[in-house]
Structure formats: structure tokens, C-alpha cells
Design a protein around this ligand. Structure first.
Ligand SMILES: [Zn+2]
Length: 133
């Protein structure tokens, strides 16, 4: 890797470019700022499902059958139990956003971990390189 800093050729010090550590610290701050603006989060998955009500004479029991729906269903785990809830179109729209936020949150945390790991490695590395007093 090229080392920024003093140049041998002219004596005029070149403007120091940002170090990898500074870059990574800035990146970490950006990620943390995004994390703070993430909004509501929700776990679960959405699916459109059609169903039979089972009532005799209903179109869903006919031949050919015309099923009810499709309706949005949210499947999520609450205290270890899998829950299923039917949602209106509007509720499903909001859940989509909250679930996407949750995905983004986890991606952000993963990235923060890897940036932090590099910052720590660079920081500890610099300390190890420091002259002993
Ligand atoms: Zn029916």
C-alpha cells in the first residue's frame, strides 16, 4: 500500500489524504446516523393467500371453486409461537415498510460490526506501532 506523507522528491509536503482509519470512522458514523433514523421495525413475513370458508353453498365450495381473497397474511413469531394475522391492504402496506426497515437494521448492524472490526484492528495496530517510551 502507498504511504501518504512526506515526499522524498521536493520537500513540499503533499496534502495528506484521509487515512483508511479516518475513512472507516466516517463510514461508521454514517451508519450510526442512518441507524438512528430507521423508523419502526417489525418481524414477520407477508403473503397473499386465498382460502375456503367451508360454508355449504358458498362459491368457495363450488365446482370450479372460487376462493375468497386473496388476502394479506402476516406470519410472525410472538414469544416463540407462530402467529398468523389477516391484514387489510393498508395494514399490509405499512407492515411492508416496517419489515423492510427491520431488514435494513440488520444489514446496518452487520456492516457496523465489520467496519468497527477494521477500526479496532487499525487502532490497535497503530498503538502497537507506536514507539515504546
Ligand atoms: Zn366461502
Amino acid at each position: 500500500m502507498h504511504k501518504a506523507g512526506a515526499s522524498k522528491d521536493g520537500g513540499v509536503p503533499r496534502r495528506r489524504s484521509r487515512t483508511r482509519l479516518e475513512d472507516q470512522l466516517a463510514r461508521y458514523e454514517e451508519l450510526a446516523a442512518e441507524l438512528s433514523r430507521i423508523g419502526l421495525i417489525a418481524r414477520g413475513s407477508l403473503a397473499l393467500r386465498s382460502h375456503r370458508c367451508g360454508k355449504t353453498g358458498c362459491c368457495c365450495t363450488g365446482d370450479p371453486a372460487r376462493l375468497h381473497g386473496p388476502y394479506w397474511h402476516l406470519t410472525s413469531k410472538v414469544n416463540g409461537k407462530t402467529m398468523n394475522r389477516r391484514l387489510s391492504e393498508e395494514e399490509a402496506g405499512r407492515y411492508k415498510e416496517w419489515i423492510a426497515n427491520d431488514r435494513r437494521l440488520r444489514a446496518l448492524v452487520d456492516e457496523m460490526h465489520s467496519v468497527a472490526q477494521e477500526v479496532i484492528a487499525l487502532t490497535l495496530g497503530e498503538q502497537n506501532d507506536a514507539p515504546k517510551v
